[in-house]
Ligand binder design. Sequence first.
Ligand SMILES: [Zn+2]
Length: 285
Amino acid sequence: MTPVPAPFAESADSRSWPESRPGAWHALASLEQRTRFASLFGNRRDAVLLYHSVGGVPGIDYRWDVPVHVFRDQIRRIAARYELVDLETLATTETSTKRVAITFDDGFRNVYEHALPVLSEFDAPATLFVNSAFVDDENLDRLRERHDLGAAAHDVSLTTDQLQEIAAQDRYTIGNHTFSHANLAELPDRGAVAAEILDAKEWLEDRLDVAVDCFSYPYGGFDERAAEVVAETHEIAVTSEPSLVGPSPNPLAIPRLDACLPASTVAFEVTDVAARLRSLVRRVG
Ligand SMILES: [Zn+2]
C-alpha cells in the first residue's frame, strides 16, 4: 500500500489510504478544485458514487475505508456544486444539469454510525445495498473472508434494528446486494443465481417492510443468467464500471465511480472532463 503523496495528506489518512492514481492525476484534481476549469468544457453527465466502509471497522485497519473527515469533505465539495439525488431519480429521469447519487455496498455498520449523520447534515439521499446473510454479524467468518477483513474484525454489519430505522426514513433506500455476496457469474446454475438474488430481496422486504427494487452486483460480476433474474425482479441495477452515467441510461446497468480516494480526487472524477481524460488514457494505454 502506497502512502498518500504529501500535497494530499491534509485530506487523507496517510497511514492506510489505498492509493491507486498517479500523482499527476491528483495534482490535476487539486488544480480543478481550485480553478473549476471543468465548467469550461461542459459538465452535465450524472455520477453515482460507490462507498463501502466509512469511519473504520472495529478490530482492524480496513484498506477500503474512508475516514469520516474525508467523507464529509467529499460530500461538502459535491453538494456545493451539484444536486444530490437518490439513485432511482437519477436512473429514471433526465435534467440538463449534473446530479450525483450516493450508494453504499456491503451493509457496513459504520455507515449507520458515521456516514448517515454526515449525509443528514447535507440533506443528501443514499441507497444502501445489503447482503442479508450478514445482518447482525451472522456468518461473521464468511463475511470476513468475503471482504478480506482479517480475523479480528467485529461489529462489522448493520443490525436489523439499524436497518429498520434506516428503511423508515424517506431519505434512504434499501437495495439488494445478494444473500451472501456471491460472484453471480461464478455460480454453477441459474437456480443458484436466482436463490442468491431472490432470498435477499425477500428477506429485506419481509424484515424491513419496504419494496426492494434496486440491485447491486457483488464484485460487479454478472452474466446473462444474473442479468435476466435481476431484470425480472428489480427496476434498477448498478455495476462497478468506473464511468459517468450517459444520456438515456439503461437503468439495469448504471455505472459507478469508486469514492475511496482523497476528497479533491473524487470531486474531480465526477466532472465530465475527468471522465473524458480517463477514457482517453484507457484508449491510449
Ligand atoms: Zn460488495
